[in-house]
Design a binder for this molecule. Sequence first.
Ligand SMILES: [Zn+2]
Length: 205
Amino acid sequence: MANPEDTPKGQHFLLSPDCRTLTVLDLAKMRDATAYDWFKRLRWPETGGAPYCPQCGTVRCHTMSRNRFKCTERTCKAVFSVTSGTVFHARKLSFKKMLIAIWFSANSVKGKAALQLSREIGVQYKTAWVLLMKLREAIAWRREEMVLNGEVEIDGKYAGGHIRPENKAEDRIDRRRDPPTRTGRPDVYPDHPRRRQQRSLGGRP
Ligand SMILES: [Zn+2]
């Protein structure tokens, strides 16, 4: 993220060159090792991407095979990776694909369709769906503990929202058979708490 003082006064941040530091063209030609470095810098910003033990905090760690690290503290010896303890742990996708998914999710202000993402990064629909749900879960986690300070600029994004109730066959109403309510329309929600309250108060049926 750029320093707000670098943005010319009065110019919206989204119009400034600082919000275009990583484009989809950069991502397309990025090697997986570079994407891995991005993940390391995002995970361990305090050390500029150098791993440190999540249990004891030491920076003295061995690099093992398959992008894992081992803590050298005799009492700890924790084995971890850049995604340990995050929503991406036990990942199967490449770092590049995950980074592209984050990029699309972050830049799609009105939400990202899993089918669209599946075509864009070449994975199954279910994989794309799980990936997007993990990103939303991560946003929900961070929102609880995130404290903003200094000059804050906020832009909107939709994540999650209304969960459609189950449409069970036994709960369905046959609108041709059930008598209409006083409004003349069938009562679509006979078990709604407000309907129950109205009935208990002797109001409309
Ligand atoms: Zn350790």
